[in-house]
Design a binder for this molecule. Structure first.
Ligand code: ARG
Length: 279
């Protein structure tokens, strides 16, 4: 039929209940610069950050997910980005080892939190490892990023620790310095990503392994549209990533827009604020 747009068949999507760890942005600020988004001379509002963060928190609760909280520590303004604190798969917890000294002390807070919460297999990574910022679990394998933060050797450590296959990916654009700024796991073996954030070799690995992936354009990637959290059906992502939202809807997902513009001043958004706890 002339003029009809070609649409791929939509699959029914099912959400599963998740458990997330979040940290209130009580002490949020941009006082140093460890990525190209951070400009300490630009004013920030901890109040706005808290309001935006609270709406994200409530979105997860409304969708039926369990949200746990770690107490923010004064002097650690980036601690709101709990995704970086650890990686948790099958009840095992590998706590981060941060590249930058400004964030190093966050690791101690996460170690304490997991131990106090009764998680049994808990240890800190030996190599530089920024948790779910650079390590994303698809349900079967772990996608591992390096290039700016996590050490390449951390990929092997993660494989051995979780006993899961690891796919190594190299990031090349400083605006997308963590894997979770350039790629998002949707579930059902599907991902979405921004190809230009990756080395040529990684791009071909990705297109071979995920031929059906949703590809983001630069505009959506720049508003951190890929810094998203999926429960298998609902995909919570920055509201301004409208192109991605349309593509998600076409595939049968329900995009849920979030506004975290204040946190973007530190180079983070939805996914950065959300650490998934997988028992
Ligand atoms: N300012 C923080 C940093 O540069 C932002 C971390 C964002 N988190 C993330 N998962 N990408 O470390």
């Amino acid at each position: 039929m002339q003029g009809s747009t070609e649409r791929r068949p939509t699959h029914p999507r099912t959400a599963s209940r998740r458990r997330y760890l979040m940290c209130r942005p009580t002490y949020f600020d941009v006082t140093y610069s460890i990525n190209v988004w951070m400009d300490p001379s630009r004013p920030t509002s901890a109040q706005t950050a808290q309001e935006q963060w609270k709406r994200l928190h409530d979105t997860f609760s409304t969708l039926g997910h369990d949200v746990e909280l770690i107490e923010p520590v004064p002097g650690l303004p980036d601690m709101v980005f709990s995704a970086n604190g650890a990686m948790v798969v099958d009840g095992s917890v590998l706590v981060a080892r941060f590249r930058n000294r400004q964030r190093a002390d966050e690791a101690e807070a996460y170690l304490d939190w997991f131990r106090a919460a009764g998680w049994s297999q808990v240890r800190q990574a030996e190599y530089i490892n920024e948790g779910e910022g650079d390590f994303l679990f698809t349900g079967t394998e772990i996608l591992a990023g390096s290039g700016f933060r996590s050490d390449q050797r951390a990929h092997h450590e993660v494989r051995d620790f979780f006993d899961r296959p690891v796919m190594s990916l190299t990031l090349i654009d400083p605006r997308f310095y963590h894997l979770d700024t350039a790629l998002s796991v949707l579930g059902h073996g599907e991902i979405m990503y921004y190809p230009d954030a990756f080395s040529e070799e990684s791009r071909s690995v990705l297109s071979e392994r995920f031929p059906e992936a949703i590809l983001a354009d630069e505009a959506d990637a720049l508003v951190f549209g890929l810094n998203a959290v999926s429960d298998g059906k609902n995909v919570i992502l920055p509201r301004r990533a409208t192109g991605l939202a349309d593509q998600l809807r076409d595939r049968g997902y329900t995009p849920v827009g979030a506004d975290l513009t204040e946190l973007l001043k530190a180079g983070g958004s939805v996914k950065c604020c959300t650490l998934e706890l997988r028992e």
